[in-house]
Ligand binder design. Structure first.
Ligand code: GAR
Length: 222
């Protein structure tokens, strides 16, 4: 589907931050190319030089920047360099897609309302790391992923959209991660499409879709 939009709307410019494989990045690039997102990934920045997502960016003709955190003495120094790079691309939206670094409160505040993250659990369950392992240990029947605005609260910003998968008795961390990825690749482009057409925003600590607070939105892949 190609969106037809009022002429005053221009395509959103997005900077995507990654640390690894970049399968979510790929889903976003594909959604831009297919016209589902009214915007473009203008740059990809990784804190890991070996991140495969950097190749995905180059293959799509997108500027790929490596900014290793190890080169900076403090988190604040790193974030200040990161912000300079981000701002140089004049993005409308900053997309964290498997970016495995905690940003300083200053950086988060700077981009308030235009920085989003995807997290591999149904928040507020399992913030932080090793979410699949923890879900399996708890023998939950449902797991999934959450897209949320980034605020100072780690994995605690206003929720925009969640995707759910069933957990089966024979699931391993790997099979569960694969299922969660499938749903991530559905919900992240969808949220970014909303943003790109001006439908999504944040007021105080609430996510708004079409000016209406989003209370709880869960999609299921099964
Ligand atoms: C995704 O599952 C994402 O939810 C997770 O990293 C993976 C990146 O996959 N993010 C976090 O854990 C952030 N705390 P990808 O590189 O293939 O997109």
């Amino acid at each position: 589907m190609v969106l037809s939009l009022p002429e005053k709307l221009r395509r959103s410019r997005m900077v995507v931050l990654i640390s690894g494989n970049g399968s979510n990045l790929q889903a976003i690039i594909d959604a831009c190319h297919e016209g589902h997102i009214f915007g473009d990934v203008v740059a990809v920045i990784s804190n890991e030089s070996s991140a495969y997502g950097l190749n995905r960016a180059k293959n799509a003709g997108i500027e790929a920047v490596t900014l290793p955190h190890k080169d900076f003495p403090t988190r604040a120094d790193y974030d200040s360099a990161l912000s300079q790079h981000i701002d140089g691309f004049e993005p409308d939206l900053i997309v964290l897609a498997g970016f495995m670094r905690i940003l300083t409160a200053n950086t988060v505040r700077q981009y308030r309302g235009r920085i989003i993250n995807i997290h591999p659990s149904i928040l507020p369950l399992y913030p932080g790391l090793n979410t699949h392992e923890r879900a399996l240990a708890d023998q939950v029947s449902t797991h999934g992923a959450t897209v949320h605005f980034v605020t100072e609260a780690l994995d605690g910003g206003p929720i925009i959209l969640q995707g759910r998968v069933k957990v089966l008795d024979n699931d391993s961390e790997e099979t569960l991660a694969a299922k969660v990825h499938v749903v991530e690749h559905q919900i992240y482009p969808k949220v970014i499409a909303w943003f790109s057409t001006g439908r999504l925003g944040m007021r105080e600590d609430t996510a708004l879709l079409d000016d209406t607070p989003i209370n709880l939105r869960i999609e299921s892949s099964d």
